[in-house]
Ligand binder design. Structure first.
Ligand SMILES: N[C@@H](CCC(=O)NCCCC(=O)O)C(=O)O
Length: 259
C-alpha cells in the first residue's frame, strides 16, 4: 500500500495585530490523517505565487475545509451586502482555481461546508445567504454553545438520494448531521448530482457528475471527531481509498514512462 499519500488542504487567512496569518483547523487534519490514513499538508493561500499544475503533481487528493468566511458574491454573479460578510479573498483566489484544476485532473476531491459551496460556485451554481430567513426554512446556523460536542452534534436529518454516491458509501436512506452554516446552495450547478437534502429542501450533499474519481461535497461537518462517527468513517475511508488509488496510478504511470 502506498504509505501516506499526500492530501492538500488549502488554508484560510486572518489578520491579527495587522499581520496576515494562514490557518487550518485541526479536526480536518486529524480526519485526513487518522481516518483517511493519508498525510495532510496545508496549502497556503498564495495563489498569485503558485503554479497550481506543478503543485498538484505532489498530491493525490485535496480536501476543501469549512470556514466562517463566505465566498465573495461576485464570484457567482451576486452583489455583496453586509449579510454576505465576512470574506476571505486570499482563500477565494486559491480555492476557486484549485477546485477547477483538481476536477480537470480527476484527482480525488472532498469538499466540506464552505468547500461544498465553493465546489458549487466553481461549477456554475449560486449561493444564498442567511438561509434561516427563508419561508419554512430551518435554522442551519451554528449553536451558540461552549460544548463542541453539542456545537458539532447532530441537529437535523437528511434524506439521501436513492442510488447515489452517498447512499453507496453509507448504505442507508437517511442519517443525522450537524449544521453550522448561514449560506447554502441556491442554484445547484448543472454538473452536480444532489446527494441529500434537509427537511426544508436545503441541499446537504452533492457529487460531481461523471467524475473520474471521488468528487463529493457535504454541507455539514463529517470531519468533527470523524473516527467516532460511523458515517464519517465510511466517507473518509472512501476518500482515502480513492487517494491511494490515485497515488498508485501516478507511480505506475511514472514507471511506465521511465521504461
Ligand atoms: N461560511 C459558510 C460556511 C460555513 C462553514 O464552513 N462553517 C465552518 C465553521 C468553522 C469550521 O468548523 O471549520 C456559511 O456560513 O454558510
Amino acid at each position: 500500500m502506498i504509505r501516506h499519500p499526500l492530501v492538500g488542504l488549502p488554508s484560510d487567512t486572518y489578520e491579527n495585530s495587522h499581520l496576515l496569518f494562514h490557518s487550518l483547523g485541526d479536526k480536518y487534519v486529524r480526519a485526513v490523517s487518522d481516518v483517511a490514513q493519508c498525510l495532510p499538508v496545508m496549502i497556503p493561500a498564495i495563489a498569485e505565487a503558485m503554479d497550481l499544475s506543478a503543485l498538484l503533481d505532489h498530491f493525490d487528493g485535496i480536501l476543501m475545509t469549512g470556514a466562517v468566511s463566505n465566498v465573495h458574491p461576485p464570484h457567482y454573479g451576486s452583489t455583496p451586502t453586509a449579510d454576505h460578510e465576512p470574506y476571505d479573498h486570499h482563500r477565494d483566489q486559491l480555492t476557486l482555481k484549485l477546485i477547477r484544476a483538481v476536477l480537470d485532473r480527476g484527482m480525488p476531491l472532498f469538499c466540506i461546508c464552505r468547500g461544498f459551496q465553493e465546489l458549487n460556485v466553481v461549477m456554475g451554481g449560486t449561493l444564498e445567504t442567511e438561509v434561516q430567513r427563508g419561508e419554512g426554512r430551518l435554522d442551519h446556523r451554528s449553536r451558540k454553545v461552549e460544548d463542541m460536542d453539542v456545537k458539532y452534534g447532530p441537529v437535523h436529518p437528511i434524506a439521501i438520494t436513492p442510488g447515489g454516491v452517498l447512499e453507496g458509501m453509507l448504505g442507508k436512506s437517511e442519517t443525522l448531521v450537524n449544521s453550522l452554516h448561514r449560506q447554502a446552495i441556491a442554484k445547484v450547478a448543472p454538473g452536480l448530482n444532489v446527494e441529500a437534502r434537509a427537511p426544508d429542501g436545503i441541499i446537504e450533499a452533492v457529487s460531481v457528475k461523471g467524475a473520474k474519481a471521488f468528487a463529493f461535497g457535504a454541507q455539514w461537518h463529517p470531519e468533527y471527531k470523524a473516527a467516532n462517527n460511523p458515517d464519517s468513517v465510511k466517507m473518509f475511508k472512501a476518500f482515502g481509498d480513492a487517494v491511494r488509488l490515485h497515488a498508485a496510478r501516478r507511480v505506475n504511470d511514472k514507471l511506465a514512462r521511465a521504461s
